[in-house]
Design a protein. Structure first.
Length: 257
């Protein structure tokens, strides 16, 4: 069976190739095209690699491209810095292990609980692992079963969450899907990630559409506006930090503005 991570590597190459036009990369349009984007042989030409080799990469075959090849593909496909980093992560060899739900060390848990503003800890899969009283007032994590405490699952399938973001929901949700994609692809094929992906696909047609585009974004700080059923309109700046104890743990803080 094909390595799921290699399959995602090939799918990502194809998605970027289909977004480029010959004009964008300085190639003549040539004869009439039946599909959008560049042809495989054109990408191979731009990257300076063999066509058969490129086809094997895009098909998700078990091949190991060098750093030089990855860099050449990134230039040929006009990848952003985030996309380039993602491509390198997918090409990396080595055992990944099986995902297990993280445990928040007591000192980090106490730190989160002591903060005055909404704050919570998430793991690799974006499961919410710990939170403070201020976050409970806004997000009500404690009212949910443990298996539903996942920030992407809540954003894509919870009517309450969708209503709280109002007209801005689609922009926030779409960016979150692209951010999660960067994490998921490295863990492609893992049972825990496959289970979450199945729930997202079953519960959100928008997720299915955006997931198919294979967009990738890095984690960014920013502002969010939400409408709370009793507190009214809330404006926050949000930012996140990794824990030195376990880089998989991420502290997210919402500061009122």
């Amino acid at each position: 069976m094909a390595d799921p991570r290699r399959v995602e590597f090939g799918d990502f190459l194809r998605s970027r190739r289909e977004k480029l036009s010959p004009k964008t990369v300085g190639l003549p349009a040539g004869r009439r095209r039946r599909t959008a984007g560049l042809r495989r042989e054109e990408v191979a030409q731009l990257a300076g690699i063999g066509v058969d080799w490129y086809i094997r990469l895009e098909q998700g075959r078990t091949v190991s491209p060098s750093v030089t090849t990855i860099d050449a593909l990134a230039r040929a496909l006009r990848l952003s810095k985030t996309e380039h980093t993602h491509l390198k992560a997918l090409a990396r060899d080595g055992a990944r292990g099986t995902f297990t739900r993280e445990v928040v060390p007591p000192p980090i848990r106490r730190l989160v609980e002591s903060l005055p503003h909404p704050a919570y800890i998430t793991g690799r899969r974006w499961d919410v692992l710990a939170w403070n009283d201020a976050a409970e007032e806004v997000f009500a994590f404690g009212r949910l079963p443990e298996e539903d405490r996942n920030t992407l699952l809540l954003m894509m399938t919870s009517k309450r969450t969708r209503k709280s973001y109002g007209a801005g929901w689609a922009d926030v949700a779409k960016r979150m899907v692209a951010m999660f994609r960067a994490t998921h692809d490295v863990w492609a094929g893992d049972p825990a990630f496959a289970e979450l992906l199945a729930r997202l696909r079953d519960g959100s047609p928008e997720f299915v559409k955006w997931w198919g585009a294979h967009e990738v974004h890095g984690t960014l700080s920013g502002r969010k506006t939400m409408t709370h059923p009793t507190k009214g309109v809330l404006h926050f700046e949000h930012t996140s930090f990794q824990a030195n104890d376990d880089p998989a743990l991420k502290l997210v803080i919402y500061t009122p503005v």
